[in-house]
Design a protein around this ligand. Sequence first.
Ligand code: FS2
Ligand code: SF4
Length: 522
Amino acid sequence: MFCFQCEQTAKCVGCTNEMGVCGKKADTAELQDKLTGALIGLAKTMEGNEDQAGDSTAAVVVEALFATLTNVNFDNDALLAMMGRVDAEKQKLAPESGEDNDYDMDKLWNADEDIRSLKSLILFGIRGVAAYAYHAAVLGYTDEAIHNFLYKALRAVGTDDWGMDELLPIVLEVGEVNLACMALLDKANTETFGHPEPTEVSQTVEKGPFVVISGHDLHDLKLLLEQTEGKGVNVYTHGEMLPAHAYPELKKHSHLKGNFGTAWQNQQKEFADLPAPVLFTTNCLMTPKESYADRVFTTDAVGYPGLQHIGSDKDFSPVIEKALELGGFDDDTTLSGINSGDAVTTGFARNTVMSVAETVIDAVKAGAIKHFFLVGGCDGSRPGRNYYTEFVEQTPKDTVVLTLACGKYRFNDLDLGTIGGLPRLMDVGQCNDAYSAIQIALALADAFDCGVNDLPLSMVLSWYEQKAVCILLTLLHLGITGIRLGPTLPAFISPNVLNFLVEKYHIAPITTPEEDLKAILG
Ligand code: FS2
Ligand code: SF4
């Protein structure tokens, strides 16, 4: 196998053995490559006649791209079924085509390192875009332009004679299309569930039966809340689902009680003795330990061999029955360990922050707020990630920290106090709410009549999987410079591509919190 798409890749080079660091086995990695090669073949079949591609074509391309993202689908049978759907689409569009135009992914992995680097940015980036397109689609929001770009990008990955000049514009186009896709998802989420409001979320699990729901899919949470209504089963969020508490149409359910646990990489420890089922709606799913595997359920693009999968009928009865059978804790329980505070806050998305824009602008003008930091992105298990906790701890009192995605669990229990009546630490939401953070930055730039790069704003990002890749490309597409990235740089960035990013966008790897803060504020 060869896979180097995520931050924890073996030796910061690539997973090549019988199993990846994430637990993905060699045969699954090879199937995922085959599926990607088949998607490229399908996109080639469609070239020039995209208008003939129907909803089912877009649906399988989006779902299959999402399934190959890190920590989503480890189930060979599910991947084979997707492959069958891709072939059926190809047959429909060009009955004579057969499998001949499937792309051999080894050509990509063995290509010249700069070409491999640029194509990896495209491929991994569109895997992230597909995840966001998937969540928007389940709420009834789709955009043909996004689908057409996915086909175009897949063809680019499968074109062997393209160089830097052809590929680089497509890399940046991934960022542009991802911005449109995050905007679509923001629209889908806010039109369906209302605008997030600042919300305090309890970290205590009340006694009695409960379900833990993880991942990013708000639609699944809504359905689970409806199906658990009046059944004596409470619902707790986990990981990236935490910001769901801020949406009026979700928080109105009184049995949506709080949040359980921290970021994804702690799940094997946190779920070990959990007297409740866990439902995964997206990444990040880790190999379940035998001690709790019977309590883990998957849905949507997520899959793991042997785990119960809830299909498209979205009948969560097996999850609810499991919750009743396990019965929950005997007493109210708060998880000990990192982030053991009683409550955390979330819901500082664009609508909330912009409603106090005047206060913020006045505070900046009066010198009360000197700087804004966006400290956001993924969490993970590499030791260097303590940087983010220390960085936030050390930010001066006259600065504001915006955060998003699961990396916030490193510091969202810190009490940083307030500034001008606002909390100094504000959780904007999930990773896709980077859209919201971008809107806040653009509004500030507008108010100060300057560019985003001229604002007293610095972005300190952590990455792990491919959604972080497409978000980074969106920031580059917007011309944002000076981003600090860690804990390590992607293995798929070749030295020449890195030079380009450093020269054009002044991207820098994180160093130490002390040095970076000095450089930013000095
Ligand atoms: Fe965190 Fe994992 Fe949001 Fe990523 S829970 S690393 O999927 O997309 O962030
Ligand atoms: Fe390795 Fe990451 Fe690929 Fe898993 S997803 S095989 S950890 S590079």
